[in-house]
Design a protein around this ligand. Structure first.
Ligand code: FEO
Length: 168
């Protein structure tokens, strides 16, 4: 698994200080690492399609939950943050479409773009809202409980995509 760890190695510098958000970010990193390995090893269309599906679904759910948190906290930078999310989803959507519909290979440039985007977004915009919520004394406890429930529900209603990217 050393090649997985090298692509995007999680460290405390990516922590935003909200446990549930960190957990979700780590999952995104895991899925991206799994995609990198699958592409490097040319693991076949079905496997890569499953990982891409997982990446898109998990990202959409994470963004929706994070935006719900910012809404609840009445965060002033919500609109700007949502726009950053929207643009990334459009990029991911385009990547999925190119691969699944147009049958274009995934290039490492795109994976590097996703890694850079995730690193900069977490250390920039996400860290910024976390600091603002902390300064305002906003408790994330109720939101975190809802978020856990939302992911559990998603896992039970969608096909078992998470199994596709679990490390072997
Ligand atoms: Fe954690 Fe704004 O994405």
């Amino acid at each position: 698994m050393s090649d997985i760890e090298e692509f995007f190695k999680w460290s405390d510098e990516y922590s935003v200080g909200i446990a549930e958000i960190d957990k979700e970010h780590k999952e995104l990193v895991n899925i991206l690492n799994r995609l990198f390995v699958a592409v490097s090893r040319r693991e076949g269309h079905k496997v890569i399609a499953g990982i891409l599906d997982a990446l898109l679904a998990y990202t959409q759910t994470h963004f929706a939950l994070e935006e719900r948190l910012l809404q609840q906290a009445q965060y002033a930078g919500l609109a700007e943050h949502k726009e950053e999310h929207r643009l990334l989803i459009a990029q991911l959507d385009s990547l999925c479409k190119k691969f699944m519909v147009d049958e274009k290979p995934i290039y490492f440039e795109m994976l590097s773009f996703l890694r850079t985007w995730l690193r900069e977004h977490i250390r920039g915009s996400d860290t910024k809202y976390s600091a603002a919520l902390s300064r305002a004394g906003f408790s994330t406890a109720a939101w975190a409980e809802d978020a856990e429930f939302a992911f559990a529900e998603m896992a039970s209603t969608r096909r078992q995509w998470w199994k596709l990217w679990q490390p072997a």
